[in-house]
Ligand binder design. Sequence first.
Ligand SMILES: Nc1ncnc2c1ncn2[C@@H]1O[C@H](COP(=O)(O)OP(=O)(O)OP(=O)(O)O)[C@@H](O)[C@H]1O
Length: 370
Amino acid sequence: MRVLAAMSGGVDSAVAAARAHDAGHDVTGVHLALARNPQTYRTGARGCCTLEDSRDARRAADVIGIPFYVWDMADQFHESVVDNFVAEYAAGRTPNPCLRCNEKIKFAAVLDRAVALGFDAVVTGHHARLGADGLLRRSVDDGKDQSYVLAVLTRAQLDRAVFPLGDSTKAQVRAEAAERGLAVADKPDSHDICFIADGDTRGFLERRLGTAPGDIVDSRTGETIGTHNGAFSYTVGQRKGLDLRVPAADGRPRYVLSITPKTNTVTVGPREALAVDVVTATRVIWHGEPTPVECDVQLRAHGEVVRAEVTVEGDTLTARLHEPARGVAAGQAIVAYRRDPGGDAVLGSATITAGVPVSSGPAEPAVAHA
Ligand SMILES: Nc1ncnc2c1ncn2[C@@H]1O[C@H](COP(=O)(O)OP(=O)(O)OP(=O)(O)O)[C@@H](O)[C@H]1O
């Protein structure tokens, strides 16, 4: 196959490209320049957007012995990922930009351009597997598994994806990189959000959206117990960073229960009020298995899995959880997995719209738009 290896400048994608080359594919390496001002992006720790990353990717391609190009995708990245990230927070939701980048950039803009240039597939260093049945599966390395942020891909996108690392642990990948003489063998893993240089999401949102002082309200009493600089920078389930002037009567911490953009209000309550046992979601990608189906669901990146009955009707997915989950935020993905000894298989995914609090009546939106 003629394949395009997406090379971030990190160790994973360097080894993925090398393995694709060893497997006999005709591999071309491409680094995506995603930053409009690369110098403002984090250097060193990040594996995606700096000039240093671009040079690391080029050096790795040279060692492997494959042609290498840099594609400037900064405009598409900013429009599809960064602007969407800001808009989602402004609407009171909690987006996952890595998932969005996979959906709109790596396996859409990049894949489309690759196909137009005559490539058969895109190779990445994601930690995930593709089964013989075409279903996405978790990596053998639980701690590194990235199936959650890939679960949004359609069958057509998965058919043109190659993930050479899914059967390896991160430690094995690093050891192999060293054996291959790849200078990135010890490069630190990327963390946080690549376009937020200092890791301060709230500061980033305030620079984009301005500050908008408003109230933090107690769900039980309706009393204003604190203030904030913009409801948009909070997330359901959040406990830290709440500036409360009235301590809780029971002395227990309070958590964000909901965000209401229209009134710029953040509502907080005790931990037990976060528990939901029904989750609804939209923008469904489902891989065929008839529903209702008993499966595991994951409700946020690196979150725990919960057993549930999942039903898909049209573009709505409903998950009835067998035990309550907390911190379920609109805008995050719900990913359904079928247990499988060869790596749990992704049955489908959807974007969370609401969680229904345990033993409450009709669905209460996690975000009130009224
Ligand atoms: N700027 C980029 N240019 C090209 N490919 C990229 C870029 N950023 C990410 N990728 C691709 O997406 C994959 C997953 O990205 P992610 O940021 O999660 O990687 P990572 O864990 O940092 O991996 P790596 O060690 O390869 O950087 C990478 O392995 C790579 O194939």
